[in-house]
Design a protein around this ligand. Structure first.
Ligand code: PMV
Length: 333
């Protein structure tokens, strides 16, 4: 099935005309503790494995969408995106799935509430907020599971950003992906903290899409990945249920390192780390050797994200100058 056929199926019986002047929504960014790395279907963003993330509270994207004349206009943090930029093209083709008439344009105004200098991929919260805003504009009243599937068609990890808290994305196995959606886990963890280490905020040279493609096609370590992920998911579920921080940290860190190992063994090799990244990881390990319970996770970029609990906040802010600390389960601060 194509993306368009899936959207037709999911929106059957729902209005294809805007029901109000504009649609608005917020969606949080998310960080995976057990990662999604590798697609079994590139068109539908269907993953090889399930993944589990934590959403970042009020840090994410606010989106307002309204129909407009003379083509699409996209504003990100107050600036008009050049129509031929990669992101504008991606948004345009995604919105093609939802236009009432082929010539209907959309004006999308997006504000990222995650510090833009944090080198943060905002496509997950951006696509999730966009889908929620479309749901508001057209008054579809879709359930979150369906919205999660629609968000996945924009960007894989966006399907997890439809929810707050801990979120599990089921890989599913249907070719049409209707069983590949995310759901929120009940558990919370108020003292959990993430610390973003900003090493470089430039756009990465190799996108996660290309990185996944290269890894699944060429890395001899990729085959080991899916079996590792199953075990990591099971351990992480236990860690969350029992609030066992050491198990959460160990599982997230080894999962991230296993993912980066698959990339290193790809051809051409893929390494998102910079020298300062390695220095930061060694600093984390040195602290752990001294008995300080801090771990890290890393995505397809050079910026480590520290995992720790609230009592360590001051100490780690001193050890890692510029650390952006996020409390995923605390009310907005
Ligand atoms: O959804 P994408 O294409 O931005 O891929 C996200 C990939 C990772 O951030 C590396 C892992 C994850 O699960 O978020």
């Amino acid at each position: 099935m194509t993306k368009l056929e899936i959207v037709e199926e999911l929106l059957r019986g729902r209005s294809r005309r805007p029901q109000k002047e504009e649609g608005k929504a917020f969606a949080p960014a998310n960080i995976a503790l057990v990662k999604y790395w590798g697609k079994r279907d590139e068109e539908l963003n269907l993953p090889v494995t399930s993944s589990l993330s934590v959403s970042l509270g009020r840090r994410g994207s606010e989106v307002c969408i309204r129909p407009c004349e003379n083509g699409d206009r996209f504003y990100l943090n107050g600036e008009l995106l050049p129509a031929d930029s990669l992101f504008a093209r991606r948004l345009r083709s995604y919105l093609d799935l939802f236009r009432p008439e082929a010539e209907t344009g959309f004006e999308v105004v997006a504000i990222n509430t995650i510090p833009t200098a944090a080198g943060f991929a905002s496509s997950a919260s951006g696509f999730a907020a966009l889908v929620l805003a479309l749901n508001d504009l057209f008054q579809w009243q879709l359930d979150l599971r369906t919205l999660s599937i629609l968000a996945r068609l924009g960007s894989g990890s966006a399907c997890r950003s439809v929810y707050e808290g801990f979120v599990l994305w089921h890989a599913g196995n249907r070719p049409d992906g209707l069983d590949s959606f995310a759901e929120r886990l009940e558990e919370t963890w108020p003292s959990l903290r993430l610390g973003l280490c900003v090493i470089c905020d430039e756009v990465k040279a190799v996108s996660s899409r290309e990185g996944m493609r290269r890894t699944t096609r060429t890395s001899p370590l990729y085959a080991a990945w899916s079996s590792t992920v199953e075990k990591h998911l099971a351990d992480l579920r236990v860690a969350i249920a029992q609030r066992d921080f050491q198990l959460l940290g160990k599982t997230a860190e080894s999962n991230a390192l296993a993912m980066h190992a698959t990339m290193l063994a790809a051809w051409p090799p893929l390494m998102y780390w910079l020298p300062e990244t390695v220095e930061t990881l060694h600093r984390v390990w040195r602290l752990r050797d001294q008995g300080v319970p801090v771990y890290f996770t890393m995505d397809a970029g050079p910026n480590p994200k520290l995992l720790f609990e609230q009592p360590l906040t001051d100490r780690l802010e001193r050890e890692f100058p510029g650390l952006v600390v996020i409390a995923p389960f605390e009310p907005a601060s």
